[in-house]
Design a protein around this ligand. Structure first.
Ligand code: IMP
Length: 192
C-alpha cells in the first residue's frame, strides 16, 4: 500500500521507510507537492494535523505527517513547537544548536526530551500517535550523523549522541521511531 509521508526531509523519509517495510512510503516531492505547507498552530498536535489534512485535501492521498519538538526541562519545555526556528529565520540547525548550548551554559539540569506527534488522515478522521525520547543535552556537539539537534542529544541509557548512532540504532529508541511503531500497529490492525 502506498502512503505519503508529508515531509521534504530525506533523513525523516529514510527513517520512516526503514520502519514501514511493508508500505510504499513516498515523500512530498514524489507526489509533486512543492508547496509550503502551513505550520501555524502553536502545538505539535495542531501542526501535524494541519499538514496531514492539507495534503489529503489537495492531493487526495493517504497521508501521515509529523511534527517534532525538543523540550528542555529547565526552559519550561522550550523550544518545543518552535524548535525549527529557535535561532530565528531562516531555519538553521547549526545556529539552533549553538543558541541552545549557549542558553544552557553553566546550567547543570540538562534534561531534555524529543516529542513527536504523527497525524494520520484516515477515512476523514485525523488520528494522532505520540512518541517521546528522554535524554540530556551535551556541552558540545558530538557526531556527524543524523540531522537537526542530533549532535547535542544523548538518549537516556546511552553515552553517545544520536549523531553517533546508525539510523537503525536511533530509530529503535527515538521519538519518531516510537510514534511510527504506534502508527504501524494501527495500520496492521486494519489488516493493511
Ligand atoms: P520538524 O518536526 O521537522 O518541524 O522539526 C522541528 C525541529 O526539530 C527541527 O529543527 C528539526 O531539525 C528538529 N528535529 C526533528 N526531528 C529530529 C530528530 O530526530 N533529531 C534531531 N532533531 C530533530
Amino acid at each position: 500500500m502506498k502512503i505519503v509521508f508529508a515531509t521534504n526531509n530525506p533523513n525523516k523519509l529514510e527513517e520512516a521507510q526503514e520502519l514501514l517495510p511493508f508500505f510504499h512510503v513516498v515523500g512530498l516531492k514524489d507526489i509533486g507537492c512543492d508547496e509550503d505547507i502551513p505550520e501555524t498552530e502553536n502545538t505539535l498536535e495542531g501542526n501535524a494535523k494541519l499538514k496531514a489534512a492539507f495534503v489529503k485535501e489537495k492531493f487526495g492521498v493517504n497521508c501521515f505527517s509529523d511534527d517534532t519538538g525538543l523540550e528542555i526541562e529547565t526552559l519550561n519545555g522550550a523550544p518545543g513547537v518552535y524548535s525549527a526556528r529557535y535561532a530565528g529565520e531562516p531555519a538553521n540547525a547549526e545556529k539552533n544548536m549553538l543558541k541552545l548550548l549557549s542558553d544552557l551554559k553553566n546550567e547543570t539540569n540538562r534534561k531534555a526530551q524529543f516529542r513527536t506527534v504523527i497525524a494520520l488522515d484516515f477515512e476523514g478522521e485525523l488520528l494522532t500517535f505520540e512518541g517521546v525520547c528522554k535524554g540530556h543535552i551535551t556541552e558540545n556537539k558530538i557526531g556527524e550523523k543524523g540531522f537537526g539537534y542530533d549532535p547535542i542529544f544523548v538518549p537516556e541509557g546511552f553515552n553517545k549522541t544520536f549523531a553517533e548512532m546508525s539510523l537503525a540504532q536511533k530509530s529503535a529508541i527515538s521519538h519518531r521511531g516510537k510514534a511510527i511503531k504506534k502508527l504501524v500497529t494501527f495500520l496492521h490492525s486494519l489488516r493493511f
